[in-house]
Ligand binder design. Structure first.
Ligand code: ZN
Length: 426
């Protein structure tokens, strides 16, 4: 246990550095790090990590290196700009327990700009809120990880074990960024990911599958539409069947530990749709993209069978589709969920640090969304704690993160790192 004097000094240093931390977070939000454009934000972070004398590593994800791993998700895009950055702190003497501090730099598209109060990549502060795409999910968290280390150092100590500061890509579509870190050899005694969790610890999360469904129809002029078969109307039927499957899966939540009280653990979201060529032709094609949640403990293979079964059943009822079944292409997440067993040393350590800062118990939460923590939990037998600030409207308009919560979370991360890793004088 570190003494009260050092603890207070670390907290004071987080406070003193917080204006710089906000400015740094704003700089990071200015990089529009949507898929395929993450590398400039990664350059910025590479420089920031290197300035802190961390041992630097940077690479583009190599599909060949990870495609045989059971945690791999299929990918349809080029990975030249899918850059991961890791900065490693090495102690003078390895005494404590090692730690990975992880965050993802990729953000999701912004949608129609006129729906934002101010432009998404021009960060704005209003009261306690910092607005901007990626502010909450999860650039505030990446900054908190880094500034927690800064605060420790200014307080005169460093972690007495290896700390790996990771900024990864591909969290919003495949999880291959975090997987690539593991396959490259990054491993520690615990992982902390500062996703925006409303100051809670994630106890369980769902796995996620992405796929595209393509339906064919029989084109015809609308004056003889009865000889045609509309791929768009057929898609309605398939989408309705997926909606029924979603309701069926949510009705099973009582069978899944930690999901019993979740409002709607499973979402099968139709995220994109396109079809047809001409208003006066019966459409010959329709394509839509799906994101489906799956309970932890369900394998990707089992989930695929169930989803495909529902799509096949809906197709059998359609005269054209029954002879021309839809094709299904897996084009992203093929990730299983996990649960964090209560009572690990890492969790106890985080709960104590949180208690010192918040003067309250650490609550846990179930997350009906994908998290990179599954990589360590499922494939490295390592406790992965997902814990971060209060944030609102992530993936929506006017995404924002609470500054007071970010400040408190930074203190928790710094104290957790000091307790978990131990400290040595600089
Ligand atoms: Zn996130």
């Amino acid at each position: 246990m570190i003494d009260d004097g050092l603890k207070q000094r670390i907290f004071d240093e987080v406070d003193k550095g917080f204006d710089d931390q906000i400015a740094f977070t704003q700089d990071l939000v200015r990089y529009p790090s949507q898929r395929g454009q993450e590398h400039t934000a990664q350059d910025f972070l590479y420089k920031a990590f290197a300035e802190r004398d961390l041992a630097m590593d940077r690479w583009s994800i190599d599909v060949g290196e990870i495609e045989d791993h059971p945690g791999f998700s299929p990918v349809t895009v080029n990975y030249d700009n899918a850059v991961n950055v890791v900065g490693t702190h090495r102690p003078k003497q390895e005494k404590g327990r090692s730690l990975i501090l992880n965050g993802h730099v990729d953000v999701v598209p912004v949608g129609p700009l006129d729906m934002w109060t101010t432009p998404p990549y021009e960060p704005r502060i209003d009261g306690d809120w910092l607005y901007g795409r990626g502010s909450g999910d999860m650039k505030a968290g990446i900054a908190a990880n880094l500034f927690a280390l800064d605060a420790m150092r200014r307080a005169g100590v460093e972690p007495a074990s290896s700390v790996y500061m990771q900024s990864v890509t591909e969290e919003e579509c495949t999880g291959n960024g975090a997987l690539s870190c593991l396959v490259r050899g990054y491993h520690a005694d615990a992982v902390l990911i500062t996703e925006p969790t409303h100051d809670c610890l994630v106890r369980a999360n769902v796995g996620v599958l992405w796929f595209q469904v393509e339906l064919r129809g029989r084109p015809a002029h609308v004056y003889e539409s009865s000889i045609g078969s509309s791929a768009i109307l057929a898609a309605y039927n398939v989408i309705e069947a997926l909606g029924k499957l979603e309701a069926e899966m949510n009705a099973e939540k009582a069978d899944h530990r930690f999901f019993e009280k979740a409002e709607k653990p499973i979402t099968i979201n139709i995220g994109k749709i396109a079809g047809g060529d001409w208003a006066s032709s019966v459409p010959a094609w329709c394509r839509f993209d799906v994101r489906a949640g799956i309970y932890p403990g369900t394998s990707v293979e089992e989930a695929k069978q169930r989803l495909e079964g529902a799509i096949r059943a809906a197709s059998r009822d359609d005269p054209f589709l029954s002879n021309h079944p839809p094709t299904i292409t897996y084009n992203g997440f093929a990730a299983e969920g996990y649960t964090l067993p209560p009572g690990t040393d890492a969790e106890k350590c985080l709960a104590e640090a949180h208690g010192e800062v918040f003067r309250a118990e650490l609550n846990d939460a179930t997350m009906p969304a994908y998290l990179d923590a599954r990589v360590a939990m499922l494939y490295d037998d390592t406790p992965a704690l997902v814990y971060g600030p209060v944030s609102e409207h992530i993936h929506g308009f006017d995404e924002r993160v609470s500054l007071s919560s970010t400040r408190a979370v930074t203190k928790t991360v710094a104290l957790f790192m000091a307790e978990w890793c131990g400290v040595e004088a600089i």
